[in-house]
Design a protein around this ligand. Structure first.
Ligand code: ZN
Length: 819
């Protein structure tokens, strides 16, 4: 299916204006198909001209343009030509559409817990034509009037307020102008909780089988929603415009959440079934806040084309962390940003696919999907933090308000945003924008003991990036100095105390840069880390160890040593869990030689057991430690005891998700037979339980299990997006390199082929999860490089391959240097 190009979108937007969309959906026609009737009123400023409508139906019963029938057979590759347009036009399409199972379009999911079906629309990025006929591009916005026919026991939620017209029919009130990609309808026997705040009606909805979780978590989620509304109203000085605010937790969702105006969808794993760490609740709060920020950045003012994606994502990311850190209990949320989000962004920046934050080319809609990455989110948000430091908060806020007001209900682009910022700040931002927004690349900052701060700029991406940052030093945990610096040019002198045990460049984590630590600091690091009270500085230090390992400047064994010694003293659970994850999932299995892996995991298990012993039972840190212990221990007695409910850490009694971690651990060790997995499935007849069983089977290390899992992953066309992810995750979590090696070649042969039945958004994730990251050998590099050059490999799969290959090459280079 060809993807709409920017040029086509521009031409169509110059030709037509969409005045009104009326969509009638019939969801009462069984589990496969639904009815879709669309009436579009649009004007054309060149009567007699032609354009095309986007639609991808199963069948089309009737099409009329201005009352004249059009033969549905003229639809080619999802496009219906519309000729001889008038100044005012009406096109009507009556079609039958198919539900999806890959999280794109109108997704339908069956809940094994109670046999109920649920439907939700995820029309991002270009799936709207699989639900209704439309002009599918972000700058042809229109008000929507939607009706939904649904089984009598279902409820309907959508962008406009839904009211039941009769037993089966729901009418949604007409919306403000919406872009096609954020129109949605959620329907099914969802259960709901309601609240209100500042004149806005709030709803939170979930599957019926998650009612207990919904009731348990809703108070906290309502609170963050209210706090974020207050924060955004006062910061933006523009009211939330879209009426009611519903948040729907939906099954098998590809992303974290989606900012449909007035009807945000979330992956329903965020309604944690078992114990949750503080970091998990922080992340969910941040996601709630992120989607709310989109109501202004993305929904009220929408990027004109996908190449200004950063106007959506960088802003939502920045605004969400600002909101959670100033308006909620999570005043330290920037710590999590540093260790989770920035690490993601730095990895993206080190990959060959890196790109500028703004104006990165998106010649067509599909290629834009590739820019939903650590650059558009984490780097973009970091650069906005730098902009605030550069122009001052008052000027920044004033610029934002002016931009929102002048483009409300329409579209915007980089130049218009910069103009508003220049007007508000009275400064020329041309150089700043070129260096930070329009050029890719991340600098490395280092401070030596003479106080020389140096900036090393990547040779492929030369730019004069001015850094506003601070440098701090600590001895026995106490801060001995902190100096603000504006680094213009390649170096600057910083006032410091050369006797400080550790010196932390970018200690407040304000700028976007990887940092190198000096030798004295490295020597003192393991001892000093637990004593430093400032979690942001600790996060920068932990982050430097991780990025140093990935970049090859730090021996992975040093990272392991620091973690083994200092990890138990880490008091922030985001740092605790993220550092552990980096070690267990990446550094230990790929940077160390195969023979070193088992002893390294044993050290991590020992460190985790140490944390469990010393922290408060039942605390977030204890929970993180228990999960790490379950993931790293080889002690069968402990694992089997936990499975039987014996000697479980406090708070994990009856925790079904923890139980799955234990089952997966036993499976990886080759200790989970069919009976054990079936018993675990029998005690958890839910969507999550089904996925847990798949992961467990795929995680068994033997050749027959791997072969079964690979065939399920690559040939079973009935597997949903989540099932594919579960299989791929389990597959690569165990097995000797000898067992796994053949699957490097199978990967490049089999995975691109999935594009025939799996949507791009879902497949890109599968291609990353199924990548042969455990086969750290030059032959893997050759295989993947050859595959990336093949014309049958989709752009998204090529991108996933390239990004994972970049990580594999980092591991190879580190092995060559430090072996
Ligand atoms: Zn977003």
């Amino acid at each position: 299916m060809p993807s709409l190009t920017r040029d086509e979108a521009r031409q169509r937007a110059q030709l037509i204006t969409v005045d009104r969309m009326e969509v009638d959906l019939d969801l009462d026609r069984g589990a496969e198909h639904f009815g879709s009737t669309t009436r579009i009123t649009f004007s054309c400023n060149e009567p007699g001209a032609a354009t095309f409508l986007d639609l991808r139906p199963v069948s089309c019963e009737r099409i009329e343009l201005n009352g004249t029938p059009i033969d549905p057979a003229t639809i080619t590759d999802g496009r219906l030509p519309l000729a001889d347009l008038r100044a005012e036009n009406t096109v009507e399409v009556v079609a039958t559409m198919a539900y999806s199972h890959d999280g794109q379009g109108l997704h339908r999911s069956h809940d094994p817990a109670d046999g109920e079906d649920y439907v939700y629309g995820h029309l991002f990025l270009d799936a709207a034509p699989t639900v209704f006929a439309c002009f599918d591009q972000p700058d042809l916005k229109a008000p929507y009037s939607v009706t939904v026919r649904a089984p009598e026991t279902w409820v309907v939620v959508g962008n406009g307020r839904a009211t039941r017209a009769d037993d089966n029919l729901w009418r949604l009130s007409e919306t403000l102008p919406l872009a096609t990609y954020f129109v949605t309808v959620c329907a099914g026997p969802y259960v709901s909780l309601h609240d209100s705040h500042d004149g806005i009606e709030l709803g939170i909805h979930a599957r019926r089988s998650l009612q207990g979780e919904l009731e348990r978590h809703a108070p906290q989620m309502f609170e963050v929603t209210k706090q974020s509304f207050d924060h955004f109203h006062s910061t933006f000085d523009v009211r939330y415009p879209f009426g009611d605010y519903d948040q729907v937790f939906v099954p098998e969702f590809n992303a974290g959440a989606m900012e449909n105006p007035g009807c945000v969808t979330f992956r329903d794993q965020m309604l944690f079934r078992g114990a949750a760490t503080r970091e998990q609740v922080l992340q969910r709060s941040n996601t709630i806040s992120h989607e709310m920020a989109h109501m202004w950045f993305g929904d009220l003012v929408t990027m004109r084309w996908w190449d200004d994606l950063w106007l959506n994502e960088s802003f939502a990311e920045f605004m969400a962390y600002t909101a959670t850190s100033t308006a909620t209990e999570f005043t330290d949320s920037w710590v999590e940003f540093g260790i989770a989000r920035k690490q993601w962004g730095y990895a993206a920046e080190r990959a060959p696919s890196t790109h500028p934050v703004a104006g990165s080319p998106a010649p067509d809609a599909h290629s834009a999907l590739e820019n939903f990455d650590g650059i558009s989110y984490a780097k973009g948000a970091s650069v906005l933090r730098q902009l605030v430091a550069h122009v001052g908060k008052d000027a920044f806020d004033a610029g934002v308000t002016a931009y929102l007001r002048s483009h409300a209900h329409g579209n915007g682009e980089l130049a218009e945003f910069l103009a508003a910022m220049e007007q508000a700040s009275g400064r020329d931002l041309g150089d700043w924008s070129r260096a930070w927004l329009e050029t890719a690349g991340v600098d490395v900052l280092a401070v030596d003991r003479d106080g020389t701060l140096t900036r090393t700029t990547p040779s492929q991406y030369p730019a004069d990036r001015v850094h506003t940052l601070d440098v701090a030093g600590f001895t026995d945990g106490a801060q001995v100095f902190r100096t603000d610096v504006v680094l213009e040019g390649p170096s600057a002198q910083v006032g410091l105390d050369a006797a400080a045990a550790v010196v932390v460049p970018n200690a407040g984590d304000l700028t976007w840069a990887q940092v190198d630590l000096d030798e004295t600091t490295r020597g003192n690091l393991a001892r000093e880390l637990p004593m430093i009270e400032d979690p942001v500085a600790r996060g920068v230090l932990w982050g430097a160890v991780l990025t140093g390992t990935y970049r090859g400047t730090v021996d992975p064994r040093f990272a392991l040593d620091v973690a083994a010694e200092a990890w138990a003293g880490e008091s922030d659970d985001a740092l605790l869990s993220r550092v552990a994850l980096a070690l267990t999932d990446r550094i230990v299995p790929t940077f160390l030689a195969e023979g070193e892996v088992t002893p390294a995991r044993a050290r991590l298990a020992e460190a985790a057991a140490g944390v469990l012993d010393r922290v408060e039972p039942g605390s977030a840190r204890a929970l993180v430690a228990a999960r790490v212990l379950a993931a790293t221990t080889t002690d069968e007695t402990v694992l089997r005891g936990w499975l039987d409910g014996r000697d479980l850490p406090v708070g994990l009694d009856g925790d079904t998700d923890f139980r799955w971690l234990v089952v997966h651990a036993l499976a990886r060790l080759g200790l989970a037979d069919d009976a054990l997995i079936e018993a675990a499935e029998a005690s958890d007849r839910t969507l999550t339980g089904r996925l847990g069983g798949l992961t467990a089977r795929a995680a068994r290390p033997g050749t027959p299990d791997k072969e079964w899992a690979w065939r399920e992953l690559t040939t079973n066309r009935d597997r949903s997006n989540y099932e594919l992810n579960a299989l791929a995750t389990g597959f690569w979590s165990s097995g000797s390199v000898e067992t796994l090696r053949p699957y490097a070649a199978r990967y490049v042969d089999d995975i691109p082929h999935l594009a025939q039945w799996v949507g791009a958004d879902a497949l890109d994730r599968v291609a990353a999860l199924a990548f042969p990251s455990r086969v750290v050998e030059p032959e893997t590099v050759e295989l993947v490089r050859a595959a990336m050059a093949r014309p049958d490999v989709t752009a998204g799969v090529r991108r996933s391959m390239g990004d994972e290959l970049s990580k594999l090459e980092e591991a190879l280079a580190s092995r060559a240097r430090w072996a």
